[in-house]
Design a protein around this ligand. Structure first.
Ligand SMILES: *[C@@H]1O[C@H](CO)[C@@H](O)[C@H](O)[C@H]1NC(C)=O
Length: 343
């Protein structure tokens, strides 16, 4: 598949007509950089640290990171349109360093910050991420309201059903719920979370992450900045236009990215996190939530790009896809980092 790096090409069109032989018009299709100030999200799960900070004591707690190639098993829970699945799968498949087809700044460049995390065996988070399997739970096996416990039952069912492999060496499970599925604490306190399964429920200890489609329930919370709180009324800056035309799914991408980064660097919640309390760890994604580019903070999301039709993004993926993904805390810079940094 060939990629046309359209936005890297400055096309200058010279229009000469009989009416105006000197007329010259420049059509600049460079993506426009901008840093919109937006109304705050309804909640943030943690403080952000826009600049570098010595106050952040991110510590290593001796556990493993995901250092083998990361095999993602996706569980599609509820009703998913093929187009929605494609956007999410294109994002996941853009992470690997093998997928160099995307132009810079790319999703795979973004993951290089995550792969700076290593464990006590000097093994870094793997740069290789693949989709190992998919399981469709379109009959809502645990109903349309899930809890942290019933979600493990969803995984247990998926694990039992062939051809879904149990791969507790380097397999992780990504449970994605459709917009009609409610979840314990969804919209009020969480947009996604990661943990590991209990052997008593699932048979194995498997790292997993859950992310819900907030499109119909609380886009201003979980699909921010593609939806902003309504009470701001008119006159203020509106929501940004999602890069793949789907507020719920485009909003999920950054949450999936956040959870995968944390899952990879803290899969058993005993590796990389800040704070003293492992039941409420502040992890490498939490530290940079809501920050997408240089100059973010105080209501600004940072310098991101806008394409010709106004869709906002900061990373390129495979098949010319574009995504808006939050930055990640770098253990080297001791600051939030992303490949679209301007400085
Ligand atoms: C692996 O992690 C170490 C420690 O953070 C880092 O210095 C090194 O650059 C990482 N290697 C890669 C390939 O990311």
């Amino acid at each position: 598949m060939s990629i046309t790096p359209l936005f890297l090409v400055l096309i200058t069109l010279h229009f000469t007509t009989s009416f105006s032989s000197t007329a010259q018009q420049t059509l600049n299709i460079h993506p426009q950089h901008y840093n919109p100030k937006l109304p705050a999200r309804v909640f943030t799960t943690s403080n952000k640290f826009e600049g570098s900070s010595d106050l952040v004591h991110l510590r290593y707690h001796m556990g493993p990171v995901l250092s083998s190639p990361i095999n993602i098993n996706i569980i599609w829970y509820g009703k998913w349109a093929p187009q929605q699945k494609l956007v999410i799968k294109d994002f996941l498949l853009s992470i690997s360093a093998n997928h160099r087809e995307a132009v810079s700044p790319s999703v795979s460049d973004w993951w290089s910050t995550v792969s700076l995390y290593a464990d006590q065996t000097n093994s870094n988070v793997s740069r290789s991420v693949l989709i190992a399997g998919e399981y469709v739970d379109h009959l809502y096996s645990q109903g349309t309201h899930l809890t942290r416990l019933t979600i493990q039952q969803v995984i247990a069912n998926a694990v039992k059903s062939a051809p879904f492999p149990v791969n507790h060496k380097n397999g992780i499970y990504l449970i994605l719920t459709s917009s009609d599925v409610t979840m314990q604490d969804f919209c009020r306190a969480v947009c996604g979370f990661h943990y590991f399964t209990f052997p008593s429920l699932v048979g194995y200890t498997l790292p997993y992450a859950w992310v819900g489609n907030s499109g119909k329930q609380c886009p201003e919370v979980c699909a921010y900045p593609f939806a902003v709180p309504g009470y701001m009324g008119k006159g203020g800056p509106g929501a940004l236009t999602p890069p793949n035309g789907d507020v719920g799914v485009d909003g999920m991408i950054s949450v999936i990215a956040h959870e995968l980064a944390e899952l990879a660097s803290n899969p058993l919640v005993n590796a990389w996190y800040a704070g003293e309390d492992p039941t409420a760890p502040t992890e490498i994604g939490d530290l940079c939530e809501g920050l997408y580019g240089t100059g973010g903070g105080g209501g600004y999301i940072g310098q991101v790009m806008k394409d010709r039709v106004g869709r906002t993004f900061n990373l390129n993926g495979r098949r010319s896809r574009k995504f808006l993904v939050q930055w990640i805390w770098s253990p080297i810079m001791k600051a939030c980092a992303g490949p679209n940094a301007l400085d």
